[in-house]
Design a protein around this ligand. Structure first.
Ligand SMILES: Nc1ncnc2c1ncn2[C@@H]1O[C@H](COP(=O)(O)OP(=O)(O)O)[C@@H](O)[C@H]1O
Ligand SMILES: [Mg+2]
Length: 324
């Protein structure tokens, strides 16, 4: 069995998002707001945050202004969390959306997915363009393969497009994921879980009542099953990427999702996800045996032949590593 823990622990240490000015695009004409009574300015000047660094403010303006111009958000209220790969902001939704708040996830430019071995996740995956469609041009595919700076930009867009496409598909299938609202050049807009000033905690930060543990575990398993049914494995699932809000769980953070039909490591990645979920629920004494659960779920969607093939491939690679 491969141990992929090292893949996740290899982020760069630097916590600050590094601002890089996006390449100049033709400026979009600001759209007048539907209701002048609302009184928002045409120029996007979010009130966020009380004490921003200059470049973070500019970063927010550059990447979220299209959502403002498209009348999806009216303001950016506060940063929910600054992760290693993305910052998430709580936004006031524009009145025409019919909701109060929306979450904007802005990807850190460049350093995005600085996993040492992101190739594990990319294996067999289509490269997606900003429009969510498969990139077919040889020039772009070649650049990605070569890892040139242009190629890295294309790859970056592809991670974002995969996350958005996954959210859309899972939401449509009835999975417990935030509703996707829009995707921009470097940001995703989605349902906000929490209330103003208080974002939903992750499961990791939550102390469940004992009676909640079993039904919530069942719900997570249901979501794992729904994903497999669609040929997808989360790839970074743990109590850190499951939010707990109003007694329900919500899976988040999908850029690294892998396809079980084309990724030969998919079983190992899936098994690791299941192990992590079981580890969390073990503290409430309700966790099943991870291997048995993972095998049972996997066998529902991957024919035995393929399952053996996945295992043999994993075994062969372990042996190769041993020879180094
Ligand atoms: N839809 C959301 N509503 C509220 N908070 C969110 C939402 N999405 C993400 N967050 C918060 O932002 C954090 C980072 O988001 P995530 O998608 O996990 O990105 P990263 O790749 O940086 O881990 C999460 O741990 C969670 O606390
Ligand atoms: Mg995360």
């Amino acid at each position: 069995m491969h141990n992929y823990a090292h893949l996740l622990d290899d982020y760069e240490d630097d916590d600050q998002p590094r601002y890089r000015k996006p390449r100049k695009k033709a400026a979009k004409a600001p759209v007048a707001l539907a209701d002048p009574e609302v009184g928002y300015q045409h120029e996007f000047r979010p009130t966020f945050p009380p004490d921003p660094t200059k470049h973070e403010y500019q970063w927010v303006v550059d990447y979220l202004k299209d959502f403002y111009n498209d009348q999806l958000i009216a303001d950016v209220l506060h940063r929910v969390k600054g992760g290693k790969e993305a910052n998430v902001y709580c936004c006031e939704a524009h009145p025409v959306t019919g909701v109060d708040l929306l979450a904007a996830k802005i990807y850190r430019p460049r350093e995005f997915r600085s996993l040492r071995n992101d190739a594990v996740y990319r294996q067999g995956r289509r490269v997606l363009g900003g429009d969510g469609k498969r990139v077919k041009s040889d020039r772009e595919l070649h650049a990605v393969a070569k890892g040139s700076s242009y190629g890295k930009r294309v790859a970056h867009t592809s991670w974002l497009a995969h996350e958005y496409e996954t959210l859309q598909a899972l939401y449509a299938a009835g999975a417990d994921v935030p509703k996707p609202w829009a995707v921009g050049s470097n940001a995703i807009l989605m349902e906000y879980l929490g209330e103003a000033g208080v974002a939903a905690p992750t499961l990791q930060e939550t102390r469940l009542a004992q009676h909640e543990a079993r039904p919530l575990l069942d719900r997570v398993i249901h979501n794992l099953d729904l994903m497999l049914q669609q040929g997808r494995v989360h790839g970074d699932l743990s109590a850190f990427n499951i939010l707990y809000w109003e007694s329900d769980i919500h899976l988040i953070d999908f850029p690294q999702v892998v396809d079980i039909r084309t990724n030969h490591e998919a079983w190992d990645i899936f098994y690791r996800d299941v192990e992590r979920v079981c580890q969390y629920f073990d503290r409430y004494g309700v966790a099943p045996n991870a291997h048995r659960l993972a095998t049972k779920l996997w066998r529902r969607y991957v024919p035995e032949d393929d399952f053996e093939k996945h295992n043999l491939l994993a075994l062969a690679e372990t042996m190769d590593e041993g020879e180094d």
